[in-house]
Write a protein that binds this ligand. Structure first.
Ligand code: HEC
Ligand code: HEC
Length: 340
């Protein structure tokens, strides 16, 4: 706990310094892209050790009123390394058409380094926000040598612009998603000791069927279980999975039942079985089933995916979810790495 608190405190300090220095750097390179590739990257790198990303001001609430034209101007800073239109070539960085709402490392023909490859998540609005606020904070070791955009409004505008670069732009954040992003930022900023009780309280609320609490609210509660996964006992998880077996088969090539076959679901996309008839609650998630998302879903399915036809009240105990996910992860041709 206190190690965690130290890390967070360090991250806040580093974040503050970085915001200052990247502001200066951003000014220096405003007109020339040379700086972004050389001076910018080198100057930013020493300030960002592999600490946890500092709390970044969320932009979800700014998107609805963000200025796409202003965002296009901000994107000039990215254009040294990125193209944005459909079918355009990769440059130093990947083409970014369709990146918003897509998986990390979204271009199959781009040679990402491990910093991005290992993210294994979705480029949600807030993930992009955190990445472009401080690339090396969000993805330590990334070869994107860009110091970051310190101003939240600039990030909102450029993300609003990026959002239009898609065959099928993802919906703007809902009021619940905006609140969740703001709550998450508050939690990240709070000392770890204060954040903990909030997370611990969550499974209780989750135990109520139908998720009486606000739908899709703060992803708290999940975190506890994710931390427990690496040390959890897969045999205990197999027993917890008995609760799922009324509706799910877990074997390779096994059938769909009331719910889809779950072989390979960990690390896969939501709605991962092409031959299963999902309803919109799952279809519209458009996420990667990483441990954090799975943990939130099985804590309280109807809260995480309002309207889902998975009529299962959820698993309240973090340790049970951790064991289950530890076991579920092994039900795959190529199990994803365990969380650290
Ligand atoms: C100096 C070159 C450079 C600049 C400037 C730059 N990027 Fe990047 N970007 C990269 C590289 C290189 C990668 C791949 C990183 C890796 O593999 O670690 C990348 C990756 C990304 C990704 C992840 C894409 C994916 O498929 O996972 C996003 C999103 C992104 N950049 C957005 C931006 C935005 C927005 C800006 C402007 C605010 C920007 N970048 C400025 C070089 C740059
Ligand atoms: C009463 C039946 C039922 C039970 C019990 C149940 N599920 Fe489900 N599950 C479903 C249905 C139906 C869906 C598809 C939901 C939809 O389309 O909205 C689903 C979807 C899922 C998905 C999303 C899969 C994908 O491809 O996106 C996961 C993950 C999942 N369930 C895990 C579990 C786990 C783990 C358990 C046990 C802790 C469990 N489920 C218990 C019926 C059930």
């Amino acid at each position: 706990m206190s190690l965690e608190a130290n890390k967070i405190a360090a991250a806040i300090l580093v974040g503050g310094m970085l915001t200052l220095s990247s502001g200066l750097i951003a000014n220096m390179i405003y007109g020339g892209h040379e700086g972004a590739e050389h001076g910018g990257g080198e100057a930013a790198a020493p300030a960002a050790p592999a600490a946890k990303p500092a709390p970044v001001e969320p932009i979800s609430g700014l998107l609805a009123s963000a200025d796409v034209a202003a965002g296009e101007k901000v994107a000039v800073k990215c254009a040294a390394c990125h193209t944005f239109n459909k079918g355009e070539a990769n440059k130093v960085g990947p083409n970014l058409y369709g990146v918003v709402g897509g998986p990390t490392a979204h271009k199959e023909d781009f040679n990402y380094d491990d910093a991005i490859k290992n993210l294994k998540t979705t480029w949600t609005y807030e993930n992009i926000n955190h990445f472009i606020a401080n690339p090396k904070g969000f993805a330590p070791g990334t070869k994107m040598t860009f110091p970051g955009l310190p101003k939240a409004q600039d990030r909102a505008d450029v993300i609003a612009f990026l959002r239009t670069k898609s065959d099928n732009p993802v919906p703007l954040p809902t009021p619940d998603e905006i609140k969740a992003a703001e709550d998450a930022a508050k939690q990240a900023a709070a000392p770890a000791e204060e954040a903990a009780p909030a997370a611990a309280a969550q499974p209780e609320a989750a135990a109520q069927p139908e998720g009486a609490a606000a739908p899709a609210a703060a992803p708290a509660g999940g975190e506890d279980a994710v931390k427990l996964i690496a040390a959890a006992d897969p045999a205990a998880g197999a027993k917890v999975a008995a609760k799922c077996k009324a509706c799910h088969d877990f074997t390779k090539g096994g059938p769909n039942k009331v719910g889809p076959n779950l072989w390979g679901v960990v690390g896969g996309p939501s709605a991962h079985k092409e031959d299963f008839n999902y309803d919109d609650a799952i279809k519209n998630l458009k996420i990667t089933w990483d441990f954090a998302h799975l943990d939130q879903f099985i804590t309280n399915p109807k809260k995480f995916a309002p309207g889902t036809k998975m009529s299962f009240p959820g698993i309240a105990k973090a340790q049970d979810r951790a064991s289950l996910l530890r076991w579920l992860r092994d039900q795959s041709d190529s199990p994803v790495p365990l969380p650290q």
